[in-house]
Design a protein around this ligand. Structure first.
Ligand code: CP
Ligand code: NVA
Length: 311
């Protein structure tokens, strides 16, 4: 428990399997407290700054609601309005904000910026999405999978689509929790090789596999969890049309999911584009748990904030 206090969450590489297990158990406990309307204020008087350089619905609302429910306050800080947006160095921003706040959540483009904030600051920094990682989403995803499947270890998760922030964080979270990871994307859009190499070391320790292919059907075979994400992420809007053409054979539709296990679960971090990366019959069908997954952002992040920020 005390092991996590004062630390940051920059990627899921930061945490051991045991630490992730602790966070998932705490998230379950905190969710139950919220359902029982119990007053639970371990972060009374604490302030979380939330820096956004990209849009957000779930991340913003779940962090702001979460810190409030834990007895603290959240400050929404648009990078457009901060001096950061006018060129003030991250190192100065980090040191200044460390004098006011108890934690920072940041959503931005470059992973290095999040790392610099944590390096120069003296308070926990939580990665609320970068171009390379989205750890908070995956904490909620793991919580959701465990709630519905009753276990994590031994399952197979297939991520179809762009080798982006979601692909990376899902791969790390999956193998750390004993889940086999499979992914398919067109050549040139597969996950970052350096990240895959690091994840493979963990997969070996955990006795699970990582399968990377350009064939979506091969990736889907034997899958318990089917996951996809947008083809063009935030910051890639100008590539939308090019990517629609490139990814058209990677749509998660009834034909493709017929290769997964009969009782597969469908997850998507949202926002989704029905008719692009996933068809409406799949995302709105009986295997889909997208709204339970979105709700769990609240509970998983409350657990994270308590673990990192409580006295
Ligand atoms: N899944 C997710 O992070 O959603 P937002 O972009 O709405 O925060
Ligand atoms: N890959 C998407 C995830 C959004 C939650 C993006 O970065 O835009």
């Amino acid at each position: 428990k005390d092991q996590l206090k004062g630390r940051s969450c920059l990627t899921l590489f930061d945490y051991t399997t045991e630490e992730l297990r602790y966070l998932l158990d705490l998230a379950k406990e905190i969710k139950q407290k919220q359902k029982n309307r119990e007053v639970y204020h371990p972060l009374k008087g604490k302030v979380l700054g939330m820096i956004f350089e990209k849009s957000s619905t779930r991340t913003r609302v779940s962090f702001e609601t979460g810190i409030y429910q834990l007895g603290g306050t959240g400050l929404f800080l648009s990078s457009k309005d901060l001096q950061l947006g006018r060129g003030e160095p991250i190192s100065d921003t980090a040191q200044v904000l460390s004098g006011y706040l108890d934690g920072i959540m940041i959503r931005t483009f470059k992973q290095e910026d999040v790392e610099a904030l944590a390096h120069y600051g003296a308070i926990p920094v939580i990665n609320g999405l970068t171009d390379d990682y989205h750890p908070c989403q995956v904490l909620a995803d793991l919580q959701t999978i465990e709630e519905v499947k009753g276990q994590l270890e031994g399952l197979t998760l297939t991520y179809i689509g762009d080798g982006n922030n979601m692909a990376h964080s899902l791969m790390i979270g999956a193998v750390k929790m004993g889940i086999n990871f499979k992914t398919a994307a067109p050549e040139g859009y597969l996950p970052n090789e350096a990240i895959v190499e690091r994840a493979k070391v963990i997969a070996k320790e955990q006795g699970v596999s990582i399968t990377i292919t350009t064939d979506p059907k091969e990736a889907m075979i034997g899958s318990d969890i089917v996951y996809t994400d947008v083809w063009a992420s935030m910051g890639q809007e100008s590539e939308q049309l090019k990517r629609e053409a490139l990814f058209k054979d990677y749509q998660v539709n009834e034909d493709l999911v017929s290769f997964a296990k009969d009782d597969y679960l469908f997850l998507h971090c949202l926002p989704a584009h029905r008719g692009e990366e996933v068809t409406a019959d799949v995302i709105d069908g009986k295997h889909s748990v997208i709204f339970q997954e979105a709700e769990n952002r609240l509970h998983a992040q409350k657990a994270l904030m308590v673990a990192l920020m409580a006295d």
